[in-house]
Ligand binder design. Structure first.
Ligand code: GLA
Length: 399
């Protein structure tokens, strides 16, 4: 049986290596590359397959001009659709939308930003462009030459390879093949000796949060693709409950990118996404057109108090305390953030009382509202507030 250019027995060796080695190799990749969740921009949610070199440059310019870079958003990530053809030696080239990847990388770096790119372990990406299958080292070398700092590696057509090589579709074989494919690109990235953040994208299949670190992943998508609507965003965001034990500095659950500013949700709903992603210590990858942001979008993406929750040094992913969607996240220095989400969209918003004891505090406790940017004074027992429909109240509590 063949596995690309590998015989089946070599596949076993590869799998054995994948099981034994990653503990050492993965740590070289993960150490301190993303001690806090990565922040930046990705082209997919707004531009899709139309993204061009000039869109990416405009995003980099806007990242700086808006103050977002200085707030921590440093990755400028091109998603699918940059790929062109391979030459006779198998080297990957960008398509005509991206005339010179090295020059683009240099431009991004000249702005004090970092450069991200996208590929797939399969022969084709999800958009039908050239994937890295059988060319992993060549592609990693090309990325390193272009100055790439971040790779999103998207399963896509590798699922067909998994089916092809195991028509019986034994889930264990599929799982082993998938892990080996991700470990293989990790090795290729390590061989370049360039620090490259490794973002696994396979929609959470096979409990990726359990084996993501083993194959060198710094972050891993936990769900299918997000859409720019409240239902999709909350289904994904609130379903992260329980995954908190798998996240920490250098290894992050990724509930997909931000939709803030793309137009499909209200201001309150976009504040919900920003707050929930921060509580989840999720990557904050904006997915809007940064060159055309209105003041409201900027105020959400640039809420530094909420960003600080996401980027807190402890790197603890928050958890759900209980209904109706009360979430909390411990912060360094003994503080804590509590978010009250009003998940109900068709009733009048009613006052809600948070009891301090339910979130592990006894009064007196200092409280600050992170969206109102206002100290609420000292609380002794409880706090009553009306949370807008689809919205959130985010409180920082400290002794
Ligand atoms: C998949 C991924 C998306 C995006 C597209 C590109 O659907 O989950 O985030 O990268 O592919 O084709």
């Amino acid at each position: 049986m063949r596995f690309g250019c590998l015989s089946f027995s070599r596949l076993h060796v590869l799998l054995a290596i994948a099981l034994i080695l990653p503990a050492c190799s993965a740590s070289a990749q993960t150490t301190n590359l993303v001690p806090t969740p990565p922040m930046g921009w990705n082209s997919w949610n707004h531009f899709g397959a139309k993204v061009t070199d000039s869109d990416v440059r405009a995003a980099a310019d806007a990242m700086v001009a808006s103050g977002m870079r200085d707030a921590g958003y440093v990755y400028i990530n091109i998603d699918d659709s940059w790929e062109g053809k391979r030459d006779a030696q198998g080297n990957i080239h960008p398509n005509s939308k991206f005339p010179d990847m090295k020059a683009l990388g240099d431009y991004i770096h000249s702005k004090g930003l970092k450069f991200g790119i996208y590929s797939s372990p399969g022969p084709k990406t999800c958009g039908g462009y050239e994937g890295s299958y059988g060319h992993e080292q060549q592609d990693a070398d090309a990325y390193a030459k272009w100055g790439v700092d971040y790779l999103k590696y998207d399963l896509c057509s590798y699922m067909d390879i998994m089916k092809l090589h195991d028509p019986n579709q034994d889930p264990r074989t599929a799982q082993a093949m998938m892990e080996a494919a991700y470990a293989k690109m990790n090795e290729a990235l390590l061989n370049t000796h360039r620090p490259i953040v490794y973002s696994l994208c396979q929609y959470g299949v096979g409990y990726v949060w359990k084996w993501g670190p083993k194959v060198g992943g710094n972050l891993w998508r936990t769900t299918d693709d997000i859409r720019d609507n409240y239902r999709s965003m909350t289904l994904i965001g609130f379903s992260q409950a329980g995954l908190e034990k798998y996240a920490g500095p250098g290894r992050w659950n990724d509930p997909d990118m931000l939709e803030i500013g793309n137009g499909g949700m209200s201001t309150d709903q976009y504040r919900t996404q920003m707050s929930l992603w921060a509580i989840l210590a999720a990557p904050l990858l904006t997915g809007n057109d940064l060159s055309k942001m209105d003041a409201t979008t900027k105020s959400i993406l640039l809420n530094k108090e909420v960003i600080a929750v996401d980027q807190d040094n402890l790197g603890i992913q928050g958890h759900r305390v209980g209904p109706p969607q009360i979430w909390e996240k411990p912060l360094g220095g003994g503080a804590e953030v509590v978010a009250l989400f009003n998940f109900v969209t068709d009733d009048e918003a009613e006052p809600f009382t948070l009891y301090l004891k339910d979130v592990g505090f006894t009064g007196p406790v200092h409280v600050r509202d992170l969206w109102a940017h206002k100290d609420l004074g000292v609380l002794h027992d409880s706090y009553t507030v009306t949370v807008p429909q689809g919205g959130v109240v985010m409180l920082k509590l400290w002794k």
